[in-house]
Ligand binder design. Structure first.
Ligand SMILES: *Cc1c(COP(=O)(O)O)cnc(C)c1O
Length: 399
């Protein structure tokens, strides 16, 4: 049967694999040999499910947004990952990987972070489980996302400000990989999205797949059928989208719409729309679409949202786009901000800037009146209030 899931060599079509330095081969091999067995073991499943329920607050609600639905002429359900502990979907993955690390006997946890959400999630789980935690973060992001830096420190993590390159997510990831190379035996690297060498993309997708597992049950209750007509999510590296679509990947009745960050527009040099603009290359251990110049130098991505400005994309999503299984739309800064204000005023929900890109895609789709749409609100907008207000006053964005 045709499938969009990973194959046994770690590829999604021509994308994926593990392109890593020699020194990490044993680590990645060890992880590859352990993750399936651990994730499928009864002990892990029980501990993971109990923490998702009692600590994160799952299942997250599937909320029928009536006024938003009226506006777009269909039935829009919001999957509320913004209501999770720490404010986004990232905690699902952080808990899963730290539980795995413990079972692999690793006592030291490292992570990269851009906006700080994955760093906060990892620091949170390390506090809970009494593990050492080091988070790499670009110096630019340390300055832009000060509150998240303070949260990580309060949680007991060490935050390393990275001063190479553009001093953002890509550089933080390079530095985390370098750390891992120096401490391969005692350190576990918690990657925050469906990126990196195999088995990370598949592992992160599996840990986030609790989202679509819940959607199935919740839709059955609300609609009497367990699938929607549309699934919509934003993509940075791709983890909230992967979780949203996981159990529907091979169900062609369900249309998939992914929203990437258009920045100031894909025909400007200020964009992070990797699927539209990228070419085949290798980044952080994975063969995927990469924003690069003629010489293969990685281009600095731009988006108003610090969680979406990554120059690569998960191999699963690159493949879904290549095979036209998913429709990928680039949503620009102003469209995202407008959509965030719209949701706030119609439903009383302030979404994260990242999630606002998924909302911005609503107006680009021709829905039919009976269509059932599930859109994942990946996180809450508390961290973005300043950006919203600044942007809307300088650009006269209102609804
Ligand atoms: C990190 C983040 C994203 C982007 O990451 P994905 O791996 O693509 O999901 C999206 N939304 C929020 C709220 C985030 O914190």
């Amino acid at each position: 049967m045709k499938t969009y899931q990973v194959n046994e060599n770690g590829y999604y079509g021509e994308f994926g694999g593990a392109y890593i330095p020699e020194i990490l081969h044993r680590c990645v091999e060890e992880l590859k040999n352990a993750y399936r067995e651990v994730l499928e073991s009864e002990g892990f499943k029980q501990e993971f499910a109990a923490l998702l329920r009692d600590y994160v607050g799952r299942p997250s609600p599937l909320y029928l947004a009536k006024r938003l639905s009226e506006k777009y002429g269909c039935k829009i359900y919001l999957k509320r990952e913004d209501l999770n502990h720490t404010g986004a979907h990232k905690i699902n993955n952080a808990i899963g990987q730290v539980l795995l690390a413990k079972r692999m006997g690793k006592r030291r946890i490292i992570a990269e972070t851009g906006a700080g959400q994955h760093g906060v999630a990892t620091a949170t789980v390390c506090a809970l489980m009494n593990l050492e935690c080091v988070v790499y973060m670009g110096k630019t992001d340390v300055e832009r996302q000060h509150v998240n830096v303070e949260r990580m420190k309060m949680l007991g993590a060490r935050v390393e400000a990275v001063t190479s390159g553009n001093m953002t997510l890509k550089d933080a990831t390079n530095e985390a990989i370098r750390d891992w190379c120096c401490h391969p035996s005692d350190t576990y690297y918690v990657i925050g999205s469906t990126v990196g060498p195999h088995p990370y993309p598949d592992m992160v997708a599996r840990l986030q797949s609790v989202i679509s597992e819940e959607i199935k049950k919740q839709l059955m209750e609300h609609e009497g059928r367990d699938y929607p007509d549309y699934l919509m999510a934003c993509v940075g590296g791709g983890s909230n989208a992967a979780g949203t679509i996981y159990h529907y990947l091979d169900d062609e009745r369900v249309k998939i719409v992914l929203a990437e960050a258009g920045g100031k527009g894909i025909d400007t040099l200020m964009s992070a729309a990797t699927i539209q603009l990228g070419r085949l290359g290798i980044i952080h251990g994975s063969r995927t679409l990469v924003m690069q110049d003629e010489d293969g130098q990685i281009l600095e991505p731009y988006s108003i949202s610090a969680g979406l400005d990554y120059p690569g994309i998960g191999p699963m999503h690159a493949n879904l786009a290549r095979l036209h299984r998913a429709t990928v739309l680039a949503i620009n800064d102003d469209e995202a901000v407008r959509a965030a204000f719209e949701l706030t005023r119609l439903e009383g929900i302030i979404p994260a800037l990242e999630s606002a890109h998924a909302l911005g895609a609503l107006e680009k789709i021709d829905f039919k009146p009976g269509d059932v749409v599930v859109l994942t609100v990946s996180g809450r907008g508390d961290k973005d209030i300043e950006t919203y207000l600044k942007y809307s006053s300088s650009n006269q964005v209102t609804i």
